[in-house]
Design a binder for this molecule. Structure first.
Ligand SMILES: [Zn+2]
Length: 207
Protein backbone atom coordinates (compact mmCIF):
# COMPACT_ATOMS: atom_id res chain seq x y z
CA UNK A 1 0.00 0.00 0.00
CA UNK A 2 1.32 3.42 -0.95
CA UNK A 3 -0.02 6.80 0.10
CA UNK A 4 0.10 8.10 -3.46
CA UNK A 5 -0.46 6.52 -6.84
CA UNK A 6 2.73 5.93 -8.80
CA UNK A 7 3.60 4.36 -12.16
CA UNK A 8 6.84 2.44 -12.60
CA UNK A 9 8.11 0.98 -15.88
CA UNK A 10 9.87 -2.39 -15.68
CA UNK A 11 11.99 -3.61 -18.59
CA UNK A 12 11.26 -7.31 -18.95
CA UNK A 13 12.75 -8.06 -22.37
CA UNK A 14 14.27 -6.63 -25.52
CA UNK A 15 13.29 -7.46 -29.08
CA UNK A 16 15.29 -7.12 -32.25
CA UNK A 17 13.52 -5.34 -35.08
CA UNK A 18 14.95 -4.97 -38.54
CA UNK A 19 18.70 -5.29 -38.90
CA UNK A 20 19.94 -3.98 -35.58
CA UNK A 21 17.27 -1.92 -33.83
CA UNK A 22 16.55 -3.05 -30.29
CA UNK A 23 13.05 -2.47 -28.98
CA UNK A 24 12.71 -2.63 -25.19
CA UNK A 25 9.59 -4.27 -23.77
CA UNK A 26 8.21 -2.72 -20.60
CA UNK A 27 5.39 -3.59 -18.29
CA UNK A 28 3.99 -0.81 -16.11
CA UNK A 29 3.29 -1.18 -12.42
CA UNK A 30 0.62 1.09 -10.98
CA UNK A 31 0.84 1.30 -7.22
CA UNK A 32 -2.45 2.68 -5.95
CA UNK A 33 -3.49 3.18 -2.32
CA UNK A 34 -5.87 0.22 -2.76
CA UNK A 35 -3.30 -2.08 -4.33
CA UNK A 36 -1.11 -2.88 -7.29
CA UNK A 37 -2.24 -3.07 -10.89
CA UNK A 38 0.01 -4.39 -13.63
CA UNK A 39 -0.37 -3.14 -17.21
CA UNK A 40 0.73 -5.77 -19.73
CA UNK A 41 2.97 -8.70 -18.88
CA UNK A 42 5.63 -8.71 -21.59
CA UNK A 43 7.06 -12.12 -22.29
CA UNK A 44 8.70 -14.75 -20.13
CA UNK A 45 9.82 -17.40 -22.59
CA UNK A 46 10.91 -17.91 -26.16
CA UNK A 47 8.77 -19.23 -28.98
CA UNK A 48 9.62 -20.37 -32.52
CA UNK A 49 6.94 -18.08 -33.97
CA UNK A 50 8.89 -15.00 -32.91
CA UNK A 51 12.44 -16.35 -33.12
CA UNK A 52 13.24 -13.76 -35.82
CA UNK A 53 12.90 -11.04 -33.19
CA UNK A 54 15.59 -12.73 -31.10
CA UNK A 55 13.91 -11.94 -27.76
CA UNK A 56 16.27 -11.31 -24.85
CA UNK A 57 14.56 -11.84 -21.53
CA UNK A 58 15.41 -10.07 -18.30
CA UNK A 59 15.39 -13.04 -15.92
CA UNK A 60 13.09 -12.79 -12.91
CA UNK A 61 11.82 -9.30 -13.73
CA UNK A 62 8.18 -10.36 -13.61
CA UNK A 63 8.52 -12.92 -10.83
CA UNK A 64 9.40 -10.14 -8.40
CA UNK A 65 6.24 -8.24 -9.31
CA UNK A 66 4.07 -11.35 -9.08
CA UNK A 67 5.46 -12.18 -5.66
CA UNK A 68 4.64 -8.74 -4.31
CA UNK A 69 0.96 -9.22 -4.97
CA UNK A 70 -1.13 -7.85 -7.80
CA UNK A 71 -4.80 -6.90 -7.48
CA UNK A 72 -5.51 -6.88 -11.20
CA UNK A 73 -3.78 -7.12 -14.56
CA UNK A 74 -4.72 -4.99 -17.56
CA UNK A 75 -3.74 -6.00 -21.07
CA UNK A 76 -3.69 -3.02 -23.43
CA UNK A 77 -3.91 -5.62 -26.19
CA UNK A 78 -2.95 -9.26 -26.67
CA UNK A 79 0.04 -9.25 -29.00
CA UNK A 80 2.57 -11.82 -27.77
CA UNK A 81 4.87 -9.26 -26.19
CA UNK A 82 2.05 -7.90 -24.00
CA UNK A 83 0.46 -11.12 -22.70
CA UNK A 84 3.40 -13.53 -22.43
CA UNK A 85 3.53 -13.27 -18.65
CA UNK A 86 -0.21 -13.65 -18.05
CA UNK A 87 0.38 -17.22 -16.90
CA UNK A 88 2.18 -15.88 -13.81
CA UNK A 89 -1.06 -14.25 -12.68
CA UNK A 90 -3.42 -17.22 -12.75
CA UNK A 91 -6.53 -16.51 -10.69
CA UNK A 92 -6.05 -12.73 -10.83
CA UNK A 93 -8.52 -10.90 -13.11
CA UNK A 94 -7.04 -9.79 -16.43
CA UNK A 95 -8.97 -6.88 -17.93
CA UNK A 96 -9.04 -6.70 -21.71
CA UNK A 97 -11.46 -5.25 -24.25
CA UNK A 98 -13.90 -7.90 -25.48
CA UNK A 99 -13.04 -7.11 -29.11
CA UNK A 100 -9.35 -7.70 -28.41
CA UNK A 101 -9.98 -11.04 -26.73
CA UNK A 102 -12.14 -12.18 -29.65
CA UNK A 103 -9.53 -11.13 -32.20
CA UNK A 104 -6.70 -12.81 -30.28
CA UNK A 105 -8.69 -16.04 -30.14
CA UNK A 106 -9.88 -16.07 -33.74
CA UNK A 107 -7.52 -14.18 -36.08
CA UNK A 108 -4.56 -15.96 -37.60
CA UNK A 109 -1.00 -14.82 -36.96
CA UNK A 110 -2.27 -12.31 -34.42
CA UNK A 111 -0.44 -13.47 -31.34
CA UNK A 112 0.75 -16.67 -29.64
CA UNK A 113 -2.60 -18.29 -28.72
CA UNK A 114 -1.21 -20.55 -26.00
CA UNK A 115 0.21 -17.50 -24.20
CA UNK A 116 -3.18 -15.76 -24.35
CA UNK A 117 -5.07 -18.73 -22.95
CA UNK A 118 -2.42 -20.18 -20.68
CA UNK A 119 -3.74 -22.42 -17.88
CA UNK A 120 -5.48 -20.49 -15.11
CA UNK A 121 -5.62 -17.13 -16.90
CA UNK A 122 -8.98 -15.49 -16.20
CA UNK A 123 -10.09 -12.68 -18.48
CA UNK A 124 -12.63 -10.03 -17.65
CA UNK A 125 -13.91 -8.83 -21.03
CA UNK A 126 -14.60 -5.09 -20.99
CA UNK A 127 -17.03 -3.31 -23.30
CA UNK A 128 -15.81 0.27 -23.60
CA UNK A 129 -14.98 2.44 -20.64
CA UNK A 130 -14.49 1.10 -17.11
CA UNK A 131 -13.30 2.44 -13.78
CA UNK A 132 -10.93 -0.08 -12.22
CA UNK A 133 -10.10 1.84 -9.04
CA UNK A 134 -10.76 5.44 -8.02
CA UNK A 135 -8.64 7.48 -10.43
CA UNK A 136 -7.75 4.48 -12.62
CA UNK A 137 -9.82 4.08 -15.79
CA UNK A 138 -9.75 1.90 -18.88
CA UNK A 139 -10.60 3.58 -22.19
CA UNK A 140 -10.86 1.88 -25.58
CA UNK A 141 -8.25 3.32 -27.96
CA UNK A 142 -8.49 1.71 -31.41
CA UNK A 143 -5.58 2.08 -33.79
CA UNK A 144 -2.67 -0.24 -33.14
CA UNK A 145 -5.32 -2.95 -32.89
CA UNK A 146 -9.06 -2.38 -33.05
CA UNK A 147 -9.48 -3.75 -29.52
CA UNK A 148 -6.65 -1.77 -27.87
CA UNK A 149 -7.24 0.10 -24.64
CA UNK A 150 -5.27 2.60 -22.56
CA UNK A 151 -5.17 3.11 -18.80
CA UNK A 152 -5.78 6.63 -17.50
CA UNK A 153 -4.28 7.24 -14.07
CA UNK A 154 -4.77 10.32 -11.93
CA UNK A 155 -1.62 10.83 -9.85
CA UNK A 156 -0.46 13.66 -7.59
CA UNK A 157 1.84 14.63 -10.48
CA UNK A 158 -1.12 14.96 -12.85
CA UNK A 159 -2.92 12.75 -15.31
CA UNK A 160 -0.80 9.98 -16.78
CA UNK A 161 -1.76 7.43 -19.42
CA UNK A 162 -0.31 3.98 -20.00
CA UNK A 163 -0.79 3.56 -23.73
CA UNK A 164 0.69 0.15 -24.60
CA UNK A 165 1.37 0.27 -28.35
CA UNK A 166 -1.23 2.95 -29.09
CA UNK A 167 1.98 4.93 -29.60
CA UNK A 168 5.18 2.96 -30.17
CA UNK A 169 7.34 6.09 -30.12
CA UNK A 170 6.72 9.63 -28.92
CA UNK A 171 6.47 11.17 -32.37
CA UNK A 172 3.17 9.35 -32.82
CA UNK A 173 1.70 11.41 -30.00
CA UNK A 174 3.27 14.65 -31.24
CA UNK A 175 1.38 14.12 -34.48
CA UNK A 176 -1.48 11.75 -33.67
CA UNK A 177 -3.04 9.86 -36.56
CA UNK A 178 -5.14 7.04 -35.12
CA UNK A 179 -8.32 7.34 -33.08
CA UNK A 180 -6.43 5.98 -30.08
CA UNK A 181 -3.57 8.47 -30.44
CA UNK A 182 -6.02 11.38 -30.75
CA UNK A 183 -7.85 10.14 -27.67
CA UNK A 184 -4.63 10.12 -25.64
CA UNK A 185 -3.88 13.71 -26.68
CA UNK A 186 -7.44 14.80 -25.90
CA UNK A 187 -6.91 13.64 -22.30
CA UNK A 188 -4.11 16.23 -22.02
CA UNK A 189 -1.83 13.95 -20.00
CA UNK A 190 1.33 15.15 -18.32
CA UNK A 191 2.92 11.84 -19.31
CA UNK A 192 2.16 8.91 -21.59
CA UNK A 193 3.98 5.64 -20.93
CA UNK A 194 4.68 3.51 -24.01
CA UNK A 195 5.52 -0.19 -23.88
CA UNK A 196 8.52 0.10 -26.14
CA UNK A 197 10.12 3.37 -25.01
CA UNK A 198 12.40 3.89 -22.03
CA UNK A 199 11.04 7.34 -21.24
CA UNK A 200 7.45 8.56 -21.21
CA UNK A 201 6.14 11.02 -23.77
CA UNK A 202 5.54 14.48 -22.36
CA UNK A 203 3.76 17.29 -24.19
CA UNK A 204 6.12 19.68 -25.95
CA UNK A 205 9.17 17.50 -25.41
CA UNK A 206 9.69 15.13 -28.28
CA UNK A 207 11.00 11.67 -27.41
ZN1 LIG B 1 1.29 -4.67 -30.30
Amino acid sequence: MTPETTITPVNVADLLVGEDEVLPVHVHVIDHPEGRVLVDTGLTSLHPAVADMDPRLVPGALDAIARDGVLAVVCTHLHFDHCGGNHLFAGIPVYVQRQELEDARTLEDYTIPEWVDAPGVEYVPVDGERELLPGVRLLPAPGHTRGSQVVVVDTPAGREVVVGDTAVWGGQLDEPETEGQRLVRSLEPSRAWMSHADDPWEPGRSA
